[in-house]
Design a protein around this ligand. Structure first.
Ligand SMILES: [Zn+2]
Length: 585
């Protein structure tokens, strides 16, 4: 039914969040109890059984399916949000587990049956390519890659990942006469007393070393299972399988290799230069692994705000100054039920933005404790919320979420465009220090992303590797991308240092997205320096597209190049270096 229309999202860039024009069909009532399988089942059956007689019928079917899935997604979101805000409430926990254990496993095969119905539908070929290209290729991949025999293997992998998480979660270190968790230990690496940092680093490394064998056992099994999954689906190796599985239709392993090369040639030298300056400022003979997190001038950490109200007020002032359109969208988050920011007992760790897919209400969760990192998180999650708000009139759920490679441009670019306005939280000197720390973080992160990504490419294109071959390859990557610090006397901790990167275990291949997005964010930052209004217009135009276009078009809509090889990286890194040169050391 064309009448329901596909709002032109390209022109909705001035939309600052009126919810009155949201498009719903009347297939699923807005107040449906989507956490109840008995309620959901008839809707799935209706979609499965519906006779599709025209391309218009198919479009309507897609909208109705979208509405059902948005309702289910929101039911899950509300339970997840409640659980992370109140981890000690048994009833809330039970409601969340009930959803994960009883609803999701039933929804998944139903969704797959609908994917199959869609792919088999003869009217599919009549759909407008420009509008449906992305959902079409994504759904086709789901059906093409599915194998019954892989379901049990995926379960096996999930169990192995659980074992890995359990081993890591149980790691503690006796330090200062107390038992400390690994995150607690990491805070000692910022201490100005070098001996304290060294013994904290040694404590962490030795504790990790104690579980090297166990973790290698788990990983060996994972590589084998993943290779089998790929072969079952007709692929030579798991890398090529995962590129399709992750819907990476717009870039190839060769593009990733170009990114690795760009990091090696252009970012690593700057990182090593920054570390050479760090060594001079710390006035040490050689830079050791425990010298990387401390402030080079021995200053206390920045303390930008006290309490969530100050964080929200300051962030809103920043967004107003970056551009009033952003400030106005951010103000919408003050509506009840959109924010839970202060750290408190009984809250889950971390931070996230969740868009509730049916009502289109964004939600931001974090554990603010008055640190600069919290300001960065607020700006970052604010960018994700803008994405949710700007794409909320998109009727297809599939298109209200952009792929990670672009979704993180929306968030990371806000950390950068905010730089000139950090004085809302700081004196001029402190703001410059915060900007320096942030930019150095960008320089340090890109080579690490290249390291992890290159490692994964090698692991899965050499599925029969031995442990010692794996260690040797990892060390060769550290030579290529590492920050060149002095490990003398601690070499034994290097060959398995990748064990701490949980993505390798739980979400393989998921990592380069951050690198691709960071390069997009840097491009927006440069645009913003030249023409603030135009840059934010581009930003809003591209975010309004949600995930409805292939990645190169999303980048293009934002006035960016979708290119992560040396040519593209060169000018971006030169600008970062220029900016660092203007800041006091
Ligand atoms: Zn993010």
């Amino acid at each position: 039914m064309k009448g329901l229309g596909f709002v032109s999202t390209t022109t909705s860039n001035t939309n600052t969040g009126s919810q009155t024009d949201l498009i719903n069909t009347d297939f699923v009532p807005a107040d449906v109890d989507a956490g109840n399988w008995d309620v959901l089942k008839p809707y799935f059956k209706a979609l499965r059984d519906r006779v599709i007689n025209s391309v218009g019928d198919l479009e309507q079917w897609l909208l109705d399916r979208s509405e059902l899935e948005a309702s289910i997604s929101e039911a899950g979101a509300n339970r997840y949000i409640a659980m992370t805000c109140n981890t000690e409430d048994k009833e809330i926990e039970q409601a969340f587990l009930e959803f994960v254990e009883n609803i999701e496993p039933k929804v998944k095969p139903e969704g797959f049956a609908l994917d199959q119905k869609y792919v088999a539908c003869p009217f599919r070929k009549e759909l407008d390519q420009d509008r449906y290209q992305v959902i079409d290729r994504d759904t086709e991949a789901e059906v093409k890659l599915y194998r019954d025999e892989n379901v049990a293997l995926e379960t096996e992998l999930a169990k192995l990942d659980q074992q890995y998480n359990k081993i890591c979660g149980a790691m503690t270190v006796e330090f200062d006469g107390e038992e400390k968790t690994m995150p607690q230990m990491a805070t000692f690496l910022q201490k100005t007393d070098r001996a304290v940092r060294q013994s904290a680093w040694e404590g962490i490394a030795e504790r990790r070393a104690a579980d090297v064998e166990k973790i290698n056992d788990i990983f060996d099994k994972m590589v084998k299972i993943r290779h089998t999954i790929a072969q079952n689906a007709g692929f030579d190796n798991y890398r090529d399988y995962m590129f399709e599985k992750m819907h990476r239709f717009d870039y190839t392993p060769a593009d990733c290799e170009a990114f690795h090369q760009a990091c090696e040639e252009l970012v690593v030298p700057l990182q090593r230069k920054i570390n050479a300056e760090r060594k001079m400022q710390l006035d040490v003979e050689s830079l050791r692994p425990w010298d990387l997190a401390v402030d080079v001038k021995g200053r206390d950490p920045l303390t930008p705000f006290d309490g969530a109200d100050e964080l929200v007020d300051g962030s809103e002032r920043i967004f107003q100054k970056v551009d009033a359109r952003l400030g106005n969208m951010f103000a919408r988050l003050r509506e009840p039920g959109c924010l839970d920011l202060d750290s408190r007992k009984g809250k889950a760790p971390g931070g996230y933005q969740y868009s509730r897919d049916r009502s289109r209400q964004p939600f931001i969760f974090m554990n603010a404790a008055g640190m600069q990192r919290d300001v960065e998180t607020m700006l970052h999650e604010g960018g994700h919320a803008f994405h949710s708000i700007l794409s909320e009139t998109e009727p297809l759920l599939h298109y209200r979420h952009a792929p990670m490679e672009f979704a993180e441009v929306a968030s990371m670019s806000m950390e950068l465009t905010a730089h000139p306005f950090l004085t809302e939280f700081y004196s001029d000197d402190e703001a410059q220090r915060a900007v320096r720390e942030h930019l150095e973080g960008v320089v340090n992160t890109l080579p690490w992303i290249a390291t992890i990504d290159a490692f994964q490419h090698w692991l899965y294109t050499h599925p029969d590797h031995t442990r010692s071959e794996r260690e040797a390859h990892w060390l060769s990557l550290l030579d290529r991308f590492g920050p060149a610090i002095d490990h003398e006397g601690y070499e034994q901790h290097r060959p398995n240092a990748w064990h701490r990167q949980l993505h390798l275990f739980g979400v393989p291949f998921y990592y380069i997205e951050y690198g691709i997005a960071q390069l997009g964010a840097l491009q927006l930052w440069l645009q913003y320096k030249q023409d603030t209004g135009k840059a934010i217009q581009n930003y809003c135009d591209a975010l309004a597209l949600g995930g409805s276009k292939p990645l190169p078009q999303l980048f293009e809509a934002a006035g960016m190049k979708f290119d992560f090889g040396p040519n593209a990286v060169k000018s971006l890194i030169a600008e970062v270096e220029n900016e660092l040169n203007t800041l006091p050391a």
